[in-house]
Design a protein around this ligand. Structure first.
Ligand code: PHE
Length: 449
């Protein structure tokens, strides 16, 4: 069976694909401003700690379950189950995972479409096509629908290509391009007037905030969402890793790239905001906090680009290109969740599975576009605030309590050259059994309360 299954062709390919999934819109538009409003470097330190103390162990649960089963989330949870009830619950968790991944993609594709629209609007404007440029950058039903469909078609094309020839190949091309663009943009923006002030806001720690519970909870949520946890994305990518590979090292490398890019994005976004402020753009909201998320990306930064003439066009193209790439390498990992299920469960060809999943998700997305005010925020809240942590909790419980400990250790020790158990093997099973579920329950209670 595994001969027919896709597999990542190289370690580098896997790291680029998994880091591509993790690095997304969240890293570039969420993390930097959250850091700025939560004590600057103090938040960065707490975020780094949580990424490694919470998100990394949960990531390892997904990768290990996936590689053990060489199958999707439903197959993986059934494989470690010891009785019918556990298998039944596992199927339910797997179905909710597939549905949540699809739901996340249905709103993500709309925002990603806007990135493409803004990326095209600047060069079109420079070429004199002002009507098209305005249409692409103004909110409308038609624009939102068309760009969402374009983005879904791009995502489908990559996923239909398969694990090695689609996902891995494109991640290996796009992720280095993303890193180079991000570094180049940051270096350029840092030379502009006002940048130093932004850098100070980002890097000078406000230690009075480091013990604030709000800061810790925000950082925890950001780390968890950022590593694409809970919905079976990392699980299915884990299932395409060869048995030769050492999982704890691979997982650590993915977490490092994700966190590294989030931190790097701070060197671009905060200085850029203060450069904009220096040019008269409003960067604070009424409460005195920094503008963030969609206002930051679609109002503050465009105002900065507009103030820079031709240089602004080049910067805008690079920036929205960067965001589109970050979005695409994440969206392919979301689409892979339902596609792998259809391929494995019904023995469909990849193209057919990718087409059907894309049509269904595009219909869901169209419903959001048509009822934007009512559905957009709601879908984000349900899928990322509730469903993702709950699923993460379920995965920890399956890895920590349901899976027989000796079998779990055997999976981890595959290709472990040492006879002595490593530090990771001693600690992690205990950690994922007690500590991770406790932390996730605390987040959930805080979210609901
Ligand atoms: N990690 C992605 C981001 O930061 C989002 C994501 C969530 C991707 C769930 C896949 C699955 O944007």
């Amino acid at each position: 069976m595994s001969a027919q299954r896709g597999e990542f062709g190289s370690r580098f390919g896997f790291i680029m694909a998994a880091a591509g999934s993790a690095v997304g819109l969240g890293n570039i538009w969420g993390f930097p401003t959250q850091a700025a409003s939560n004590g600057g470097a103090a938040f960065v330190v707490v975020y780094l700690m949580l990424a490694f103390l919470l998100a990394y162990p949960v990531l390892m649960a997904e990768l290990t379950l996936g590689r053990h089963a060489h199958g999707n989330m439903i197959t993986a949870l059934a494989k470690v189950s010891r009785n019918g009830t556990q298998r039944g619950l596992g199927t339910l968790v797997g179905i909710v995972g597939i549905f949540t991944a699809s739901l996340i993609l249905s709103f993500y594709a709309i925002v990603s479409g806007w990135m493409i629209g803004f990326g095209l609007a600047y060069p079109l404007n420079a070429l004199g096509a002002t009507d098209a440029s305005t249409w692409l950058s103004e909110f409308s039903f038609n624009r939102n629908l068309l760009l969402m469909l374009v983005f879904m078609a791009l995502t489908m094309t990559v996923v239909a290509g398969g694990v090695e020839k689609g996902i891995e190949r494109w991640s290996k091309r796009l992720m280095p391009a993303l890193i180079v663009t991000l570094v180049a943009l940051a270096l350029y923006v840092l030379t502009l007037d006002g940048a130093a002030e932004g850098l100070a806001v980002y890097l000078v720690p406000d230690l009075s905030k480091i013990w604030s519970t709000d800061l810790i909870f925000n950082a925890m949520g950001a780390a968890f969402f950022s590593l694409s946890l809970g919905v079976g994305t990392m699980l299915i990518y884990g299932s395409y890793i060869s048995d030769e590979e050492h999982l704890p090292t691979l997982g650590a490398q993915v977490a490092l790239v994700d966190v590294g890019i989030a931190v790097l994005a701070g060197f671009l976004i905060l200085p850029a905001m203060y450069v904009a402020a220096d040019r008269g753009v409003m960067i604070f909201n009424e409460a005195g906090g920094l503008l963030s998320e969609d206002t930051l990306i679609f109002v503050v930064l465009p105002a900065l680009f507009d103030s820079m003439n031709e240089t602004g066009t080049v910067l805008a193209l690079a920036f929205f290109g960067l965001m589109s790439i970050a979005a695409l390498t994440s969206s392919i990992s979301m689409l892979e969740v339902p596609v792998s299920f259809l391929v494995e469960r019904f023995q469909w060809g990849r193209l057919q599975a990718a087409l059907v999943a894309t049509v269904i998700i595009s219909v869901m997305s169209t419903a959001i576009v048509a009822n934007f005010d009512a559905l957009f925020g709601l879908v984000i809240t349900i899928s990322t605030r509730y469903s993702q942590p709950l699923l993460g909790l379920a995965l920890c419980l399956y890895a920590g309590w349901v899976w027989r400990r000796d079998l779990l250790l055997k999976e981890l020790a595959k290709n472990e050259p040492l006879i002595e158990p490593t530090l990771f093997m001693k600690w992690w099973p205990w950690y994922v059994r007690f500590v991770c579920p406790t932390i996730v329950v605390v987040i959930l209670v805080r979210t609901i309360a």
